[in-house]
Ligand binder design. Structure first.
Ligand code: Z5A
Length: 214
């Protein structure tokens, strides 16, 4: 049984997961916790190679192959990085995890949700988060933030998912909201349309509650 705390941040793209993962880690470290920040896909060396294929819109991928890649990334991530960190008592923060597969490959691509839960059980070795924050915002808000970020960086190439139609991202958002409804003990929704500082405060409140109860 893992002894640390496992927190995941989920949501549509541009909802602020990467920014908030970093801010949460800084806050927890300042309070004296040992923290590992990681992400999916790509949290390990093997994962980085998988991520490159997974996101490259120039590499043609069947949706079943896309699913298998993200599961392979998770299987490696859990065994190489997450479980050891949790076993040593660290707080692990992951920017995306198993709920992303249910939202993107399930609600987005249309794979059977029960099949995905079984596959996730295999990939995760039954390690599920103690707390999941779904950063919820309109698809258009997230995409605008991504486009602004790309413009600032002079980047013009959309990845495999950024190029999907708005209704795909709409189904994904709905997927995250339904997961939160089904598992209210684990999953908490935070309004990511709010200014950055307010989102940060909401997340801290939920993490405080988790840590106080341990
Ligand atoms: N995927 C999948 O299909 N199945 C799976 O099982 C898994 C993943 C695990 C990974 O892409 C893709 O893989 C993902 C799903 C799929 N694709 N999509 N869509 P990624 O890792 O490259 O990207 P991402 O996870 O979608 O994250 P992102 O695009 O980098 O966005 P983010 O991390 O949520 O947001 P951010 O980088 O923190 O913020 C974006 C910008 O908004 C930035 O300039 C911030 O300063 C700004 N920001 C953040 N919060 C705010 C607020 N509150 N107000 C104003 N501006 C803000």
């Amino acid at each position: 049984m893992a002894s640390g705390a496992f927190i995941t941040l989920e949501g549509v793209e541009g909802s602020g997961k990467t920014t908030q993962s970093r801010l949460l880690a800084e806050w927890l470290k300042a309070a004296g916790h040992r923290v590992t920040v990681t992400h999916e896909p790509g949290g390990t060396r093997a994962g980085q190679a998988i991520r490159a294929i997974f996101l490259d819109p120039g590499v043609s991928l069947e949706v079943a192959a896309e699913l298998m890649l993200v599961l392979a990334d998770r299987a490696q991530h859990v065994r190489e990085k997450l479980r050891p960190a949790l076993d040593s008592g660290e707080i692990v923060i992951s920017d995306r995890y198993a709920d992303s597969t249910v939202a993107y490959q399930g609600y987005g691509r249309g794979f059977d949700l029960n099949l995905l839960r079984e596959l996730n059980r295999l990939a995760t070795d039954n390690i599920m988060p103690d707390l999941t924050i779904v950063l919820d915002c309109k698809v258009a808000t997230g995409l605008t933030r991504i486009h602004d970020r790309m413009n600032r960086a002079g980047d013009t190439v959309l990845d495999r998912f950024e190029g999907q139609a708005a209704d795909f991202h709409g189904r994904v958002r709905q997927g995250f909201l339904e997961i939160a409804q089904q598992e209210p003990q684990r999953v908490s929704i935070v309004n990511a349309e709010e200014p950055l500082e307010r989102v940060t405060a909401q997340i801290r409140q939920r993490v405080d509650r988790l840590l106080a109860g341990r």
